[in-house]
Design a protein around this ligand. Structure first.
Ligand code: EPZ
Length: 453
């Protein structure tokens, strides 16, 4: 088993080491107006699964348009600890998978990043064994794994948990008809990656239909899998005996693109988002149009969209749903927008039961929000007032930065390592659009900097 060793800053191991630097804060200047162009890279929620899927075959796979984010560094580390060689350079990941990798993941790494559970399906499919740390819940909800486990059991695996690990064993997986209780993204992906090497046909009903699922299916089919039905509620997989390594371009990150669209509307700005697929954000752009924004999805190079806003946005009612519904990952930005919009609104969270936690931080900024179960009632206020706040997860963090852009004074957003997990060069891109956002290395956990002027 060969392991590449380099912890230079800028290398993925160096960045993983920085993971421990939890002290950074963003100092966000208010009364901002964003103007200009921004380019999105590949989707975090696709590239992490593509990386896991490389375990399905020995050899070297190349993944292009990989985002330069902390989660990619951590997944690289998960794969290295399994014996892979992983290089990241200029947005390209090169992953060399050995003939005989380990099938036991690193406990601490997986605990920190839930997405690493995606190695479960590939490992048990290819080697008949997988020992993966239980990822646990996070700030947005309990995050069960029952559908992942039930699916693998239906494919013929024995699965049990022991000492904080999920252990799966199988001589050879076999096809099955599996119906998901909820179109879970993670369960769809794990079952799919197991079924591609199973004996016979697998039918997965009520599957997730996100663009990231379609990207994974296209990647697997390029490797030699036989999957049909991507983008529909039913996937049909005919198992094959082996796959081959390939090269692939990651689908654009629609959540990052949607964040820029929200930021343009909240700051009454004019932002062109390049490299994105507008069709992946139809529901979101429709709602922003209803809030008064001008949306242009016919850019000359056809890749991206432009959002312009001249006035104070009108409030929008939002219900989060699995794709093609409004993405739960843009819910915090929708609440931030409604906090400064004209009128009152209701935001309903249908995917994660704990995803309103961050509203307490928005209330610190002067927002008027009342949460009742999975509904949040918001009364828009003309302007928020700056205050020190804390990011509790990736999207809540981004939502708080957007709120800081439209507050008076300087807002300190702490724990920005959350944001680094999903937004490549966030503060640099915001500055390029005219915002005043600086990263400050706080000396210790309780440092919130001098009182804002
Ligand atoms: C993926 O999480 C994304 N993460 C999430 O993005 C995203 O919010 C979510 O899909 C929904 O779109 C990654 O791709 C790494 P689910 P995942 O399985 O796969 C319940 C971000 O900010 N459930 O579709 O974990 C679960 O608890 C992140 O980028 C079970 O109960 O989502 C949740 O309530 C946050 N049992 C719901 O289903 C299961 O076995 C949806 O979860 C599986 C899921």
């Amino acid at each position: 088993m060969n392991v590449a060793r380099s912890s230079q800053p800028g290398t993925s191991r160096g960045r993983a080491a920085q993971y421990h630097r939890r002290m950074d804060i963003f100092r966000v200047g208010g009364n901002a107006r964003l103007e200009g162009e921004v380019t999105v890279s590949g989707a975090k929620n696709s590239v992490l699964k593509l990386m896991a899927a490389t375990l399905l075959t020995p050899g070297t796979t190349t993944i292009n348009r990989a985002p330069d984010i902390l989660d990619v560094s951590i997944m690289s580390e998960v794969l290295r600890r399994l014996g892979c060689q992983v290089r990241f350079s200029g947005g390209t990941l090169t992953i060399a998978v050995p003939e005989d990798p380990s099938t036991e993941t690193d406990y601490q790494l997986v605990r920190r990043m839930r997405a690493s559970i995606a190695v479960l399906g590939p490992l048990v499919a290819r080697w008949g064994h997988a020992k993966v740390a239980l990822p646990g819940g996070d700030a947005i909800g309990s995050r069960g794994l029952d559908m992942h486990v039930a699916g693998l059991v239906q494919l013929g695996a024995q699965v049990h948990s022991e000492h904080g690990f999920l252990i799966a064993r199988a001589d050879r997986l076999h096809g099955a008809t599996i119906r998901l209780d909820f179109p879970s993204v993670g369960a769809t992906e794990n079952i799919l990656m197991a079924a591609v090497l199973a004996e016979g046909r697998t039918v997965i009903d009520n599957t997730a239909r996100e663009p990231e699922i379609i990207d994974l299916v296209q990647f697997l089919n390029k490797m030699g899998a036989q999957i049909e039905g991507e983008g529909t509620p039913t996937l049909v997989v005919d198992g094959v005996s082996q796959l081959k390594p390939v090269e692939h371009d990651t689908v654009p990150d629609r959540i990052v693109a949607g964040t820029w669209a929200m930021a343009a509307v909240m700051t009454r700005g004019d932002v062109t988002v390049r490299g994105a697929t507008a069709a992946h954000l139809e529901r979101v752009l429709d709602l922003l149009g209803a809030s008064g924004a001008m949306i242009d999805t016919h850019l000359t190079d056809g890749r991206g969209f432009r959002v312009r806003m001249n006035d104070r946005p009108k409030s929008i009612d939002v219900r989060t749903l699995p794709y093609p519904g409004f993405p739960t990952d843009l819910q915090p930005m929708a609440i931030a927008l409604d906090s400064i919009a004209q009128g009152s609104s209701i935001v309903t969270e249908n995917v994660f039961e704990g995803r309103f936690m961050f509203t307490n931080e928005l209330i610190r900024l002067g927002a008027s929000i009342q949460v009742d179960g999975h509904h949040a009632a918001i009364r828009g206020t003309e302007r928020l007032s700056s205050a020190p706040v804390e990011a509790t997860d990736i999207r809540a963090g981004a939502g708080l930065v957007l709120a800081g852009l439209v507050a008076d004074g300087f807002t300190d957003v702490a724990h920005v390592h959350h944001i680094d997990r999903g937004y490549p060069g966030f503060e640099q891109q915001l500055s390029a659009l005219g915002a005043d956002v600086r990263r400050i290395h706080a000396p210790d956990e309780d440092y919130f900097g001098p009182p804002s002027t």
